[in-house]
Design a binder for this molecule. Structure first.
Ligand code: G3P
Ligand code: CA
Length: 262
């Protein structure tokens, strides 16, 4: 069995740590991802943005204000400037932490002692032309994960709310799995995912509760479902019952426990 097959061997949803073990530790820090891996997460989710000197860093918000001791837009700061900030101490449980680059996170993921999949969310890729996708694909090529033999055997998945962003990834890296995210059924239930060639759909858990048929409709079109952000036991049960492939959660240890009994 290959590493990628081991990632998805269970019939139950696989567990993706959303921004790391972010209920317990500051999101997008090395500590949060290491905790998630130690807790047995099958995948890691991260948001990526470009710095002013075109480095990809793992930061969710447009600005650093909420998750660091600095202020300002990520896109207007260099990596060196971001490295001067503390991305850990804002969180009650945290030690000081450096900004995490995508390069560092890919390295952690690929070096981990068992196979883990990385779900990379491009934030507002259209705002910067195609630079985000260009940089991302160049890095995935550099790590040898941009051309998997199939979507099921990929260590990286690109996810985005931007249909243009998904389409551009599919165009330049057709073997790379992609997930079109959406927080309404309208964004995901019609032809949107088909039009851009996404291999999966990513409804919010609230959207899925109201539109459980999305999973079967996606499956009928050959697509998997990735649901976010699944932090409550009844929602884990719902995802298992519906046949969701991946659940993204801020609480990977708890969700793994709950999945034992579904
Ligand atoms: O995994 C998808 C989810 O992260 C999308 O929402 O705002 O948490 O990036 P957000
Ligand atoms: Ca995200």
């Amino acid at each position: 069995m290959t590493g990628a097959e081991q990632v998805s061997r269970s019939g139950k949803p696989a567990v993706v740590a959303h921004r790391g073990a972010s209920a317990d530790l500051p999101e997008h820090t090395l500590a949060a991802y290491e905790r998630a891996l130690a807790e047995g997460a099958d995948g890691l989710e991260c948001d990526v943005r470009l710095t002013s000197d075109h480095e990809l860093v793992c930061v969710h918000d447009r600005t650093v204000d909420r998750t660091s001791d600095g202020v300002g837009a990520v896109s207007e700061m260099s990596l060196a400037q971001l490295r001067e900030l503390d991305f850990g101490s804002w969180h009650p449980a945290a030690e000081p932490a450096s900004v995490l680059t995508l390069r560092e996170l890919i390295t952690l993921t690929l070096d981990w002692r068992r196979p883990v999949r990385l779900f990379i969310e491009t934030k507002h890729p259209v705002r910067y032309g195609s630079l985000v996708e260009q940089k991302l694909l160049a890095m995935l090529h550099e790590f040898g994960v941009a051309t998997p033999p199939s979507a099921d055997h990929s260590r990286a998945v690109v996810i985005s709310f931007s249909s243009a962003g998904v389409w551009r990834i599919r165009r330049h890296a057709p073997m790379l799995p992609t997930i079109l995210l959406g927080d309404t059924a309208r964004m995901l239930g019609g032809s949107a995912a088909t039009a851009v060639g996404a291999t999966g759909i990513g409804p919010s858990v609230e959207t899925l509760r109201m539109n459980p048929d999305l999973v079967d409709r996606a499956a009928a079109a050959g697509r998997v479902t990735y649901c976010w952000t699944v932090d409550e036991q009844p929602d884990v049960q719902m995802c298992a019952d519906l046949g969701v492939r991946w659940v993204a959660t801020n609480k990977p240890a708890k969700v793994r426990d709950w999945l034992v009994t579904v």
